[in-house]
Ligand binder design. Structure first.
Ligand code: L14
Length: 352
């Protein structure tokens, strides 16, 4: 916990990126007690302007002296930047909330989704890691079920939006959609194949075991966040031509039997979850509904009759908000006295 202050000096690293911009707007929307605020990026973005509430900030170069006087540094500039500058921010006295994969699996660094394991925050050594977007939304939805019935095995397939790969990836999808309409097929630059009107079963790099790194993040991070190395997870991560919000088909086997009605009841009261499950009225979670929303949407609840204690869910969440920027700011709110109550109240006002 940081000492109680009226306001905290905040740095956003990677401020011109898709997640960095979202961080700035969520800080403003949730009324985070911001004193001074600094927007950092690499050379090519220096001098650009970014919005913070009604203010415009000049982007500054991320350099060695950047963190003097900063209380909280939110990193969203990739693992290499986090490895280089994260420790420098800590040395300057800041607490770092890092959205990259750089420190997630380090034993001494807490990997936090507040709804699931906020109790692990106090042990941090100056850096707290924000999990992978696909992992975050899955564990928020599974936590209440795991608490009651203990999940033994998860099989998940993701349908991931292009914004996870950044602003350039969103432009590439839009360019390709327009080009295909003109019967042109420009060669892809961000993705390994054309993403418009296609799906690509490949996110991040392939590993020796045949899985991708993105898929293994879901395996390892889920175990760390639940604090249970015995949970078995198999993931298939797929890129789909959606701009914003990841969807997931989640199948699980639990130790204790849990009915669909019990699961629905648990999820209805779970922190950070909204149940969208009236298929007869065409109500189920979709990326359009989830975009811009804070909660993880859960629907298509059904019993899996192919095993003894099986349950299926469909989980959708805004990858730039809960999957990245919002979760990081919720962690920052946990670090300051009364931060959680303050942030939630402000968010409710903002979202109506
Ligand atoms: O945070 O969608 O580990 O390409 C890196 C790849 C987030 C998603 C992470 C993507 C991911 C991203």
């Amino acid at each position: 916990m940081l000492e109680k202050k009226e306001k905290y000096n905040v740095a956003v690293v990677g401020a011109t990126g898709a997640v960095g911009q979202e961080m700035l707007s969520i800080l403003a929307e949730r009324d985070f007690p911001v004193g001074e605020i600094k927007a950092f990026a690499s050379e090519r973005s220096v001098g650009k302007e970014v919005e913070f509430g009604r203010r415009t900030l000049k982007v500054e170069l991320l350099g060695d002296g950047a963190f003097a006087g900063i209380d909280i540094a939110l990193f969203s500039a990739g693992a290499a930047r986090s490895k280089e500058f994260g420790p420098k921010a800590v040395a300057a006295g800041a607490v770092v909330v890092d959205n990259s994969s750089a420190f997630r699996m380090d034993d001494d660094i807490p990997l936090i989704v507040p709804e699931v394991n906020r109790a692990a925050i106090p042990d941090h050594p100056g850096i707290i890691a924000n999990p992978n977007c696909s992992t975050i939304q899955m564990v928020v939805a599974l936590k209440p079920i795991h608490d009651v019935a203990r999940i033994k095995r998860i099989v998940v397939a993701t349908y991931q939006a292009v914004s996870g790969a950044g602003g350039r990836a969103m432009e590439e999808l839009l360019e390709q959609v327009k080009a295909v309409g003109d019967f042109r097929f420009p060669s892809p630059e961000v993705f390994p194949h054309q993403i418009a009107f296609n799906v690509i079963p490949h996110i991040d790099v392939f590993l020796d075991n045949g899985y991708t790194k993105e898929e293994m993040k879901m395996v390892n991070e889920t175990r760390k966040i639940f604090g249970d190395d015995t949970i078995r997870v198999s993931a298939t991560c797929v890129r789909v031509p959606v701009f914003r919000a990841h969807s997931e088909s989640v199948n699980m086997e639990t130790e204790k039997k849990i009915t669909v009605e019990q699961a629905r009841e648990l999820l209805a009261f779970a922190e950070g979850v909204t149940v969208y499950d009236h298929p007869e009225d065409l109500i189920y979670p979709m990326p359009f509904e989830a975009s811009g929303h804070d909660d993880v949407l859960v629907g298509r609840l059904r019993e899996d009759p192919s095993v003894d204690n099986g349950l299926d869910l469909w989980v959708v969440s805004d990858n730039l908000r809960k999957g990245a920027a919002l979760n990081a700011i919720q962690i920052a709110e946990e670090l300051i006295p009364d931060g959680r109550a303050h942030g939630n109240a402000a968010a409710e006002r903002a979202q109506g």
